[in-house]
Design a protein around this ligand. Structure first.
Ligand SMILES: Cc1cc2nc3c(=O)[nH]c(=O)nc-3n(C[C@H](O)[C@H](O)[C@H](O)COP(=O)(O)O)c2cc1C
Length: 165
């Protein structure tokens, strides 16, 4: 049987969704939609993210050696999806889509204010994964707001919604 990876990914959804934040050389904060992330270690806490080699975010993470991962609230459903449809090379997404940022504690990269969990990540290694790079990072700080409702990517990566309880 022929492998259709898109169909497999659709079957495997919903997937917990986040916005990767990274600082640009001009001092802006770029935001990118991300489904491909996972926790990777407890002691120390680590996570991994897979970013396309074509996008701006991966390029900047390699330079900055740090990034934020914000598991954003359902109130940002449309704005967060929009961060997956255009590149920070052309658009200041936080400003254009009205996404409020908040100051980090340890790293220099701002996070998304309306997040159930906003994680400050310091790069440990980069592994070539063909059309993506896999970034392994230590989580050096976490800002949590239990009352918020995080978003998931549904039908593969077609739409964002929370899981209603
Ligand atoms: C729901 C959703 C999930 C996405 N997940 C990923 C992902 O895990 N990895 C990836 O490289 N791109 C993913 N994308 C696509 C990027 O967000 C998109 O290519 C973006 O334009 C890259 O922005 P940048 O050039 O500013 O980094 C996703 C898009 C959407 C809509």
């Amino acid at each position: 049987m022929e492998l259709n990876i898109g169909a497999v990914q659709k079957l495997a959804s919903p997937a917990p969704f986040g916005l990767v934040s990274v600082r640009t050389p001009e001092g802006r904060t770029n935001l990118m939609a991300l489904s491909w992330w996972m926790f990777a270690s407890n002691h120390p806490p680590m996570l991994a993210v897979a970013l396309s080699k074509k996008g701006l975010s991966g390029e900047l993470i390699e330079k900055n050696k740090e990034f934020g991962l914000s598991l954003v609230d359902e109130s940002l459903k449309e704005a967060a999806f929009a961060c997956g449809t255009c590149s920070g090379r052309k658009v200041d997404k936080a400003a254009q889509f009205g996404i409020e940022l908040k100051a980090p504690e340890i790293i220099k990269t701002p996070l998304v204010a309306e997040s159930k969990a906003a994680l400050e990540c310091r790069l440990v290694s980069v592994t070539d994964a063909s059309d993506h790079n896999l970034f392994l990072a230590e989580i050096v700080a976490a800002h949590c707001r239990e009352e918020l409702n995080q978003l998931y990517a549904w039908d593969g990566y077609k739409r964002l919604d929370s899981i209603k309880k």
